[in-house]
Ligand binder design. Structure first.
Ligand code: SF4
Length: 946
């Protein structure tokens, strides 16, 4: 017997910590003995969480899919009855089917993925195939966070930026799950608190991070926008905004045309004589100079923009600085106004605003780092206003979330905290232009038989001309992304796919391929209905969604509906890249990417999904996967990673480290055949620390901007002014008002676009709350994932099941007593869409107007390889049964700007149940394997003798 240690990257959640896997070799076989955090990994520095340490149990999960499976002839979808087939048969079947679709109508193939970490590859495959119908999980997760932040400051939280807790003095966290950005954030908060920083958590629930906050501020779900507008009101009213920062680095000084009769009403006034340089991001806006009392080109040397006032340009156009309009917008939004909406006392809001303002103003940091801004001014130091924020899905997953997140980004900007020490800091490849330059095709002609898509499947619209619609304004994508219904749906709308495909609205699909997404259970909003749709047939007896392919490592509620199941590997059995082209692990000081390298061979016949895509891409002769003669170009996925370049000779590939023939180049360079070896020798991580003068103020930092453009982290070199006022949104509003010279929305959507495409943030109650009888359903119901499980991923994990095998509905004792619900008793929780029977617990750690539970603990009996009588099936429950993807009037329960699923918006009531047991009940799924070793059966909750 001998032992060996291999390094790779964890994937028990999305944080990507470095791990060391200890293996034992015995009788020629390698088995995993234990997993520890890698102390040499920059992200987690040796720390490992319960999930990470339990990867060994994922490896031996009773739910592992180990062979390709085909649904048994004559069996119903959802019954989970399969027969094994070979990979050759599976590939032949897919090649024949997908080839036919591609040669006739590529949009009939849709590829939707869950929380995978290979979107650069899945996106490339979809584009090369030619289908617009591709997206990952973002529409159901936190697209509002990405879109609201990126359309305002050019960057966002988590992978693309975050709080600089090393230097912050005050840290304010809003709407963040108890384990979000798990180990790295825990390490940072721990050090921050030891240094004496003050931590305020604003959240309806006090668990996880909120439990260790110095102050917990409970808030009603979906009302954060009102709080943020009131805080902004106070910051402006008390004169606590950072005027020099706002004037120079935001568009607060830009003059907005305020003449309702003008077709340019609400757009920014421009200097017609200025050289715009880049028509996409013209630098031709005007300031009203306080020195000369007249208009000047923005950032004219020695000028100083007015932030308040009303002016008339020489040719007679009435204008106002954008900041004036923002101040007018928030003027009525007093703390007293917000108190009635949020449940937070006005005095608390006022105190918090004051604390943020004076911490930013009076505790400034000066770092002796010289830098030059993009207008040529030299700065001898970098200034920091040490107030840091962090927020995530609690703000995003509401139908009013886009404007809420924009409100947060604006508050952060007024405090002068963007890409400065102690505030928010970007991570490469961000910041990017507002909006980023990636675009989808703009009409159905972008989808052609036998050709790649004429653009990206997902992009960043900057005006109505960028929408992906036909001549009548109808959507081209199956999820209606980038249409007038959801113009800025930058992550797609995974939650619309099944419903739309089932309805044939806007058209029917042929083949739906799902990777790592449990659409028949917790990755959907109306689970019972979606399950019915997946199994529904048309008048001719054919399934309305004709062919369903599921690729996953584990048997689940979703795999039971598949026509074809492709068994994926675990993260310990495959190569993977956390690519700079996708979501890398960059740090504030420079780009960083990482890889996974297999530590054990695949189980059974499992094949990494990446290999499936490379194989299919080669068989279908998609241009990126074949050479000039149409022959297969890449041996396998590792070969693809080494040799693929974004364009021939670009020197840019999926991995940024050790490029060039001898591995001596970083970020750009020719393919290096030994690149994987170099990652293996370096803890699976590549880190490129930039010079200190490139690490701050990157929206406007000349040195950084030129370097980033050379390295193709950015396409264009224009400064990225913060959009306090969003001209992008105003363009859509003008189109809805019939004043935009180009595209206009269909009549039935004009009012909706006009209302929600407000260039300034505003608060409105979530759409579901507006469509609910709040007297009858007064309580907000939300979920979060627990610290010890990543959504549904770990329900089959023997060690983690000892922590969570079922869930409760947590209810404030005051609310519970008023409803007659006992601690530990069974209760009904009911929304206008249905009801669920579950067990409740009294908890002071939730505000009285909210009930909550953990996400995805409840399971269909027999799913995930568990015994039908396992607690997950008999005591655990799923809140998704109470949520609808469609609201009365047939509108989608999504944010009207981005399409983000409003799955934290449901309103419920609770009352005692007379009977016990979880309801609704679902049929028992058969096991995918005929027999399991006794010990695996035991792990799955079956008795050892069964
Ligand atoms: S936080 Fe835990 S589960 Fe997530 S990547 Fe790190 S060790 Fe793995």
């Amino acid at each position: 017997m001998s032992t060996e240690v291999k390094t790779t990257t964890c994937y028990m959640c999305a944080c990507r910590c470095g791990i060391r896997v200890h293996l034992e070799q015995k009788d020629g076989r390698s088995s995993i003995r234990y997993i520890e955090g890698n102390p040499e990994h920059p992200l987690n520095k040796g720390v490992i969480c319960a999930k990470g340490a339990s990867g060994i149990m994922k490896q031996v999960s009773p739910a592992r899919l180990t062979r390709p499976l085909k649904r048994k002839r004559g069996s119903e979808r959802g019954a989970g009855e399969f027969e094994p087939i070979s990979w050759d048969e599976a590939f032949a079947l897919l090649e024949e089917r997908l080839s036919r679709i591609r040669q006739t109508d590529p949009k009939k193939f849709a590829l939707f993925t869950g929380r995978d970490q290979m979107q650069a590859l899945t996106g490339l495959f979809a584009r090369q195939f030619g289908t617009p119908n591709y997206a990952a999980h973002g529409g159901l997760c936190s697209v509002n966070m990405a879109a609201g932040m990126i359309y305002t400051i050019g960057g966002s939280f988590w992978e693309f930026g975050g709080p600089d807790l090393e230097r912050a003095k005050l840290f304010v966290m809003l709407g963040t799950a108890e384990d979000h950005h798990s180990n790295p954030l825990k390490i940072a908060i721990s050090a921050f608190k030891r240094r004496g920083g003050r931590f305020v958590s604003i959240n309806p629930v006090r668990t996880g991070y909120s439990a260790i906050a110095d102050e917990w501020v409970p808030i009603r779900p979906g009302t954060d926008g009102a709080l943020l507008l009131a805080l902004t009101h106070e910051i402006i009213a008390q004169g606590l905004y950072d005027r020099p920062f706002v004037a120079r680095y935001t568009n607060g000084g830009h003059l907005v045309i305020t003449d309702p009769a003008s077709p340019r009403h609400g757009l920014l006034a421009t200097d017609e004589g200025a050289d715009a340089l880049n028509a996409l991001y013209p630098q031709d806006k005007l300031w009203w100079d306080r020195h000369s009392n007249g208009p000047v080109l923005s950032h004219t040397p020695d000028s100083d923009p007015a932030l308040f006032g009303q002016f008339t340009l020489p040719e007679g156009t009435r204008v106002q600085p954008a900041f004036q309009l923002l101040a007018e917008r928030v003027a009525p939004h007093t703390p007293e106004w917000a108190e009635g909406i949020t449940g937070i006392a006005a005095a608390t809001i006022r105190r918090l605003a004051h604390e943020m303002g004076i911490t930013a103003r009076d505790e400034k940091i000066e770092l002796p780092i010289a830098w030059t801004d993009c207008w040529g001014e030299e700065h001898q130091s970098v200034t920091g206003n040490p107030v840091a924020f962090h927020a995530m899905r609690g703000l995003a997953a509401h139908s009013n979330g886009f404007h809420t997140v924009r409100s947060l980004a604006i508050l952060m900007s007024l405090l002068g905290t963007i890409d400065r020490p102690g505030g928010f800091r970007h991570k490469a490849p961000f910041p990017r232009a507002i909006p980023p330059s990636a675009k989808t095709p703009t009409g159905p002609e972008g989808v052609q038989p036998g050709k790649p898509l004429a653009g990206l499947a997902l992009g960043w619209p900057g005006s109505p001309e960028d929408l992906f619609v036909d001549g009548d304004g109808n959507p081209v994508r199956i999820d209606k992304g980038f249409s007038w219904e959801y113009p800025l749906s930058v992550h797609g709308l995974m939650h619309n796919v099944v419903t739309n495909a089932w309805r044939g609205d806007p058209y029917r699909l042929d083949t739906l391929m799902i990777f790592m997404a449990n659409m028949a259970w917790n990755s959907t909003m109306n689970t019972v209905e979606v399950r019915r749709m997946l199994n529904d047939r048309d008048a001719g007896g054919d399934y309305k969604i004709p062919f369903l392919v599921v690729c996953d490592a584990f048997q689940s509620e979703m795999s039971a509906f598949a026509d074809l199941v492709l068994p994926d590997t675990t993260y310990l059995e495959r190569h993977d890249v956390m690519s700079i082209l996708d979501r890398p692990i960059s740090e504030f000081d420079g780009p960083m990417d990482s890889v996974r390298i297999p530590v054990v061979p695949p189980t059974g016949e499992c094949k990494p999904f990446q290999e499936v895509l490379i194989e299919l891409g080669s068989r279908l002769k998609l241009p990126a996967f074949v050479d000039g003669k149409g022959e297969r170009k890449y041996r396998d996925y590792p070969d693809f990673i080494v040799r693929h370049e974004t364009e021939p000779g670009s020197g840019i590939g999926f991995l940024a480290g050790w490029r060039g023939a001898d591995g001596g180049k970083s970020l750009r360079g020719e393919p290096n055949p030994r690149q994987w070896e170099m990652y293996a020798q370096n803890n699976c991580v590549f880190h490129y620390p930039t010079p200190p003068s490139y690490r701050y103020m990157r929206n406007w930092n000349r040195g950084y901007m030129e370097w980033a453009q050379r390295m193709r982290l950015r396409r264009w070199g224009e400064p990225i002014l913060i959009h306090l006022y969003s001209e992008v949104l105003q363009r859509f509003r003008l189109a809805a008002q019939g004043k935009w010279p180009g595209r206009r929305p269909p009549a039935h959507l004009a009012q909706r676009v006009e209302t929600y495409f407000d260039p300034l943030p505003f608060y409105f109650p979530a759409l579901e709350a507006q469509a609910t009888d709040l007297e009858k359903y007064p309580l907000a119901a939300i979920t979060q994932r627990p610290m010890a499980m990543y959504h549904s991923w770990d329900s089959q994990n023997a060690w983690l099941r000892q922590i969570h095998a079922h869930n409760y509905l947590f209810v404030n004792p005051r609310t519970a007593r008023a409803s007659g619900v006992e601690d530990g008793g069974w209760l009904w929780v009911e929304s206008q869409w249905g009801r669920v029977r579950c067990m409740g617990r009294h908890s002071e750690a939730v505000e009285p107007g909210t009930v909550w539970t953990w996400n995805a603990i409840g399971k269909q009996p027999g799913a995930w390889g568990l015994a039908p009588e396992a607690n997950e099936a008999r005591k655990g429950f799923l809140l998704n049964h109470l949520i609808s993807d469609t609201l009365p009037g047939d509108t989608s329960n999504s944010d009207p700007v981005t399409g983000q699923a409003g799955w934290y918006d449901v309103r419920v009531r609770i009352y005692p149940a007379e009977e016990e047991g979880v309801w609704p009940d679902f049929p028992i799924l058969p096991a995918t394997k005929k027999s399991q070793p006794k010990w695996i059966a035991y792990v799955a909750g079956r008795t050892i003798n069964e």
